[in-house]
Design a protein around this ligand. Structure first.
Ligand code: ARG
Length: 466
């Protein structure tokens, strides 16, 4: 088992009480550097502010403080230039940076970790990362909302069948349908903003779990790193991963919205529907069937939403059995969160591009409203309004008329007045005024309704709201 040979050297950063080194397998299971190195900017920023605070409170000398800050700035440049050698033996980003700092400035580097632990350090780095992710999600959602508003405005009076159970229900406008998604993404933005507000308390200074006996100034570091205040309980601080869970919960819900829109685009773009055409930029062809234009990007938005939900589940399951405070299980928080952040940013960008590029075919949309007796509810409402019958009775009469039209092979306005009067003698010529889809949608002027006039009002309101 060459893999499991004990390494001779103990870790230089924590190896004081250890005689030997860890096995290769231990190194492999323990190291997080392969993925947490993307936190280098947050780590260095946190360290610089921690160092400034240590100088301000006279816990370390100004001279050491200066050397540490210079060294950290150099390390940031080295990493950015791709010149930094990351080492799995040094476990994670925190120890990689500290070890390099020791190489650059010597023993003074060892003073940086005064009144700090990797536990509050990693919580700080990770919060800074998730905070940025919340801000990026908000920006990306806003761009998608702008694209939706534009499509809604252009298609405020394009009529499509509105479905329930994927059965023709009532005619609606495509603009109204676009604004339905605008509302979903508005709620998503509020969820990210809310998560951001709650996470914005600084973990630095909680130390390992109990706080510290050094006279630190947690308010200084909190403020310098853009937090609203320091966290209130040191034990909660190093145990807490709610902020990552909340981000992923918000991202999961939003990904579900993206996935539902993607599913509709797949349907709308098929030849049988032909409601929209997707651009070359977001579709692929088939290697064997020359006629095809496959909506791959939409399908992948739908598919990748599952990964985000999976990442949320993965961290929930990781956390559920952990006693306070930090356990190494929590290192599993990062890959899941990083993947969720990257996947979410990719699918939202793809969806925005698809919405911007999509071409709407209003003629095909209208044609699809000509089947399925889609104005049956308008007919029933007319019977109530004009003939004064109770709705249940009107429903029954309309049902008989639908059956009659079905038998005759025509739509409701294909029935003659005499045929209609066979079912209900009081029906008059006026009934035909409500059987067209245009009249149907134009009549739905209730607040939030589908009438083109309402949609344009909602478009104006949406522009104000974002
Ligand atoms: N790499 C660790 C993580 O990702 C850092 C914290 C390690 N703390 C510790 N006590 N071993 O969570």
């Amino acid at each position: 088992m060459t893999d499991n040979i004990q390494k001779p050297k103990a870790n230089s950063l924590w190896g004081g009480r250890f005689e030997g080194g860890v096995s290769d397998i231990m190194e492999k299971i323990n190291a997080s550097i392969d993925f947490d190195k993307i936190l280098y900017r947050q780590d260095i920023r946190g360290s610089i502010e921690h160092c400034k605070m240590l100088v301000n409170t006279a816990i370390i000398s100004a001279e050491d403080g200066e050397a540490i800050q210079k060294g950290l700035a150099q390390i940031e440049k080295e990493i950015e230039a791709g010149e930094f050698e990351f080492s799995a033996a040094l476990e994670d980003i925190h120890m990689n940076v500290e070890a390099r700092l020791t190489e650059i400035i010597g023993p003074a580097a060892g003073r940086l970790h005064t009144a700090r632990s990797r536990n509050d350090q990693v919580a700080t780095d990770f919060k800074l990362y998730v905070r940025d992710a919340c801000d990026q999600a908000d920006e990306a959602l806003k761009a998608l909302q702008i694209a939706l508003i534009e499509k809604a405005e252009e298609n405020a009076d394009a009529i499509i069948p509105g479905f329930t159970h994927l059965q023709s229900a009532q005619p609606v406008t495509f603009g109204h349908h676009m604004l339905a998604y605008f509302e979903m993404f508005t709620r998503d933005r509020a969820r990210f903003q809310d998560a951001r507000r709650r996470l914005n308390e600084c973990p630095l200074g909680a130390a390992a779990l109990a706080g510290t006996s050094f006279p630190i100034d947690r308010h200084q570091t909190a403020e310098a790193l853009g937090f609203d205040r320091p966290t209130a309980n040191s034990m909660d601080t190093v145990s807490d991963r709610d902020f990552a869970l909340e981000f992923m919960a918000a991202a999961s819900i939003s990904a579900v919205h993206i996935s539902r829109l993607a599913e509709e685009m797949v349907t709308w773009s098929c030849a049988q529907f032909g409601f929209i055409e997707m651009s070359d930029s977001f579709t692929t062809g088939s290697s064997i069937m020359p006629q095809k234009r496959n909506p791959d990007a939409a399908e992948l938005c739908r598919g990748k939403s599952g990964r985000i939900i999976g990442s949320l589940n993965s961290l929930l399951v990781t956390m559920k059995g952990l006693a306070l405070t930090f356990s190494k299980d929590m290192q599993e928080d990062k890959e899941a969160t990083f993947d969720a952040v990257e996947t979410y940013s990719l699918i939202i960008a793809a969806m925005t591009g698809m919405v911007e590029d999509m071409k709407v075919n209003a003629d095909n949309m209208r044609r699809a409203t000509e089947v399925g007796f889609i104005t049956a509810t308008d007919l029933a409402d007319w019977v109530v309004r004009v003939l004064g019958l109770p709705f249940r009775e009107a429903h029954h009469i309309t049902g008989s008329l639908v059956a009659m039209a079905e038998k005759k092979g025509c739509d409701l306005d294909g029935l003659t007045l005499t045929e209609m009067q066979d079912v209900e003698p009081k029906i008059s010529e006026d009934v035909f005024s409500v059987l067209s889809v245009d009249k149907s949608v134009a009549s739905r002027v209730s607040f939030g309704g589908t009438a083109p006039s309402e949609v344009l009002k909602q478009v104006a309101a949406a522009k104000e709201r974002i």
